[in-house]
Design a protein around this ligand. Structure first.
Ligand SMILES: Cc1cc2nc3c(=O)[nH]c(=O)nc-3n(C[C@H](O)[C@H](O)[C@H](O)COP(=O)(O)O)c2cc1C
Length: 344
């Protein structure tokens, strides 16, 4: 009797757990053909992870987690809540953050509180403003780059994301037409400004020759914003109707996935050698979870973190607790992956 008592005390959930196992055995059959072939599972070589993730130096800062909150929003009341939650998560978990387009702040401070989260995110974490290539082109033409300096100063940002989105601008009824190639505009910006720049797409990724041109510029980093997740060509078409939508929808199927872009970056690092001036990357676009992130940053032969936009958004527009649990689970997942899943 005393033996049974002590067994129950030692393992109080044993009985219900054992019944669950019997109950759920048939529901938990898996198909060997659906194995995730990106990893080799190595259960023999590590203990359970007990240490925090190793810190990573990125864009001149030390991040406690190799995760980036990709640029999303600002300029509305809801955006303010989202950005505050995201900034708080970055502070707690040591992640970097890009703001959504800060165009509204170039000429007015009215919406500044929606973006102004340096005090929340803290000094240690990378925190970047964001403008589109069309705005940068216009600011250069008007000799108004001082407005970018003022924006960076107002937000106490570490630098500027320039998003390159020619398809989105073309498909958006209110979109801007760009007059020069983005490479020319970014080169001109870098010549005339001392602001650190990270260049990104918005969900279509980019091909090898664009990457080659970009990697030869002295940009701080490149964010993929690859194809496979949120796609702004599709999103803009969902905002329109009828013939316009039907004609252009096939454009949303063109692009480069994050995995493809990792391979392209690796090829370029080898082909271009010392001509490469940018060696830091945020692998993003369609990164669904820590496994995608783990795979990509292990595969790329450069300093890299992984980024998520919609994945974070799903939890960031509720209370902080939901976002917190989401990020915490991702980080624990990444720790587990690093211990047991060797990238092939
Ligand atoms: C609601 C929302 C708003 C976005 N706004 C911007 C933006 O203002 N500037 C920008 O560079 N990218 C913007 N993006 C694109 C993201 O930064 C990211 O590149 C893209 O969503 C792909 O990542 P995902 O597949 O993880 O969502 C936005 C994405 C979302 C979901």
């Amino acid at each position: 009797m005393s033996d049974i008592m002590s067994e129950t005390q030692q393992d109080p959930t044993a009985e219900s757990r054992k019944s669950d196992h019997i109950e759920l055995a048939f529901a938990s059959q898996v198909d060997s053909l659906a194995i995730d072939t990106r990893f080799s599972y190595e259960p023999m070589l590590s203990a359970h992870p007990s240490q925090p993730l190793q810190a990573v130096t990125f864009a001149g800062k030390t991040m406690r987690s190799p995760i980036w909150v990709s640029s999303m929003t600002g300029g509305t009341e809801k955006a303010r809540i989202i950005n505050r939650n995201l900034a708080e998560a970055c502070a707690e978990f040591g992640m970097g953050m890009g703001l959504g387009s800060c165009r509204q702040l170039l000429d007015s401070d009215e919406r500044l509180p929606d973006f102004d989260f340096r005090a929340v995110i803290g000094e240690e974490q990378p925190f970047y403003a964001n403008l589109g290539i069309a705005q940068v082109e216009q600011l250069i033409a008007r000799k108004e780059l001082w407005k970018v300096d003022r924006l960076i100063e107002k937000l106490q940002a570490d630098g500027l994301f320039i998003h390159v989105n020619p398809l989105q601008e073309w498909l958006q009824p209110e979109g801007d037409i760009i007059q020069h190639s983005p490479t020319e505009t970014i080169a001109a910006f870098l010549e005339q400004s001392s602001v650190k720049v990270i260049v990104k797409e918005v969900g279509q990724g980019m091909g090898k020759e664009s990457l080659r041109a970009l990697m030869k510029l002295p940009v701080e980093a490149i964010e993929f914003a690859a194809h496979g997740g949120t796609n702004f060509s599709k999103l803009e078409l969902l905002r329109s109707t009828g013939m316009h939508r039907d004609i252009y929808l096939s454009i949303a199927r063109i692009g480069h996935s994050a995995v493809d872009m990792v391979a392209l970056v690796n090829e370029l690092l080898e082909e271009e050698g010392s001509d490469i001036r940018c060696r830091q990357f945020i692998v993003s676009g369609g990164i669904k979870n820590f496994l995608d992130g783990h795979y990509a940053i292990e595969k790329i032969q450069a300093q890299a973190v992984y980024g998520q936009a919609s994945g974070m958004l799903k939890y960031a527009d509720a209370d902080y607790a939901s976002l917190r649990s989401f990020v915490e689970s991702q980080i624990k997942g990444l720790q587990l992956a690093r211990a047991f899943f060797k990238v092939k």
